[in-house]
Design a binder for this molecule. Structure first.
Ligand SMILES: [Zn+2]
Length: 393
């Protein structure tokens, strides 16, 4: 049955089953019925359909461990390999294109330089061409994919797929969704890259329940996303949660966004390298910040790098403290290579405790569970075109 002919209630029920299987599966029909509160008969009917559509598959019989009844139950799980998804991440220096299964496992990936010296449309057409080639080399056609998810820096309207301000990549409105829809004739979703990553985070991080979270991605710039009641908070103009463009030094350097003294203008990779008078010898592939690597790789005294790292820690903590004042998140999740350095995270915690005295915030900050190079577009495409549609692919 196609999604168009299916009732909203049914789509929601299928969606609940799939989300449950994704977070807790494999599960038996009985488990599913108990956990989502639908009758066993209703669950059986929905599962029957999902199996016929090959979206769900039986994983064999397993002894009912909890009840010790000796009754054997058939466990079910999502058939994550049934379709693929294309994820694209347009970053400041590097654009990544990947093919993933429905579980977010990247099967194939390429990286190209983000071109800022040509028209946005020309650059996006070249990315579309590379994506076509990637599909072709993997013997895939658009019938094998459920859709394309694109994450990009800056201000994006996910409803229209228009990038309104891609800080330094282009400074005019670009309808990314339309360009890719016209070329691929498939479903396309576009969102801010950090928001897309935060969605993947709350779906994968068992340490958080997803209620109120500040998610920060650091390297080469700094961006954040606010999760309120398990949903991304966009604000009225898709501008909410831009920690990177919070002004922390009004007389500071000019930022890519046009303002002065933004957090990003103080802690970005460019700012750090400028301060340390390091010329970045790496190409566009390496867009991360790695303080430990800096000590080993660049001929600079360790004390000098630590001094810069401490200054960066202070300003990131200051940004977090300002967000706490307004929004009081349950957890702050840090994502990016830089945070694999414990010294750096501990320094941020220390600075935060100094800035907000009397309340210990050590348990507030946790590390991301996502891989450092996770591709943002994948998560939004899977969420939008698989889970929200109840698996009607
Ligand atoms: Zn800025």
């Amino acid at each position: 049955m196609s999604g168009i002919n299916m009732s909203k209630v049914k789509i929601n029920n299928r969606s609940s089953i799939l989300k449950l299987l994704n977070s807790e599966g494999p599960l038996s029909r009985k488990d599913i019925s108990e956990k989502i509160g639908l009758t066993p008969a209703a669950v059986s009917n929905l599962i029957r359909e999902l199996i016929v559509e090959r979206v769900v598959q039986e994983k064999g019989e397993v002894e009912n461990e909890i009840k010790k009844s000796g009754r054997r139950e058939i466990h079910l799980d999502i058939n994550y390999k049934i379709k693929k998804v294309i994820g694209i991440d347009i970053g400041i220096n590097c654009t990544k294109i990947a093919i993933s299964d429905l579980n977010g496992n990247v099967e194939e990936k390429i990286e190209v330089e983000t071109k800022t010296d040509i028209r946005a449309e020309d650059f996006l057409n070249s990315i579309a061409k590379k994506t076509m080639e990637l599909l072709f080399h993997n013997d895939l056609s658009k019938d094998n994919i459920i859709g394309i998810g694109i994450g990009i820096v800056g201000v994006v309207d996910p409803e229209t797929g228009i990038s309104h301000q891609a800080y330094g990549i282009w400074d005019y409105d670009v309808n990314i969704k339309e360009i890719f829809k016209n070329i691929f004739k498939t479903k396309v979703i576009v969102d801010n890259n950090v928001r897309a990553l935060s969605l993947a985070e709350i779906n994968n991080n068992t340490e958080v329940t997803g209620d109120n979270i500040l998610f920060i991605k650091y390297g080469p710039g700094i961006g954040s996303s606010l999760i309120i009641d398990s949903r991304i908070y966009y604000g009225s103009h898709n501008n909410a949660g831009e920690i990177g463009h919070m002004i922390l030094d009004y007389d500071g350097k000019k930022c890519r966004c046009g303002k002065k003294g933004c957090l990003e203008s103080i802690v970005s990779k460019n700012a750090i390298f400028e301060e340390l008078e390091i010329k970045d010898k790496r190409d566009y592939h390496e867009s991360t910040i790695d303080f430990e690597n800096m000590i080993n790789e660049y001929n600079k005294p360790q004390e000098q790098i630590i001094k810069v790292m401490n200054r960066v820690s202070f300003f990131i903590a200051l940004g977090i403290s300002n967000v706490i004042s307004i929004y009081d998140p349950a957890k702050v999740i840090l994502h990016g290579k830089a945070f694999s350095c414990d010294r750096f995270i501990n320094r941020i915690k220390k600075e935060l405790n100094n800035i907000i005295p009397k309340i210990n915030r050590n348990n507030l900050i946790i590390k991301s569970h996502l891989k450092e190079n996770y591709i943002s577009g994948i998560s939004i495409a899977i969420d939008e075109f698989f889970y929200k549609s109840g698996g009607t692919i």
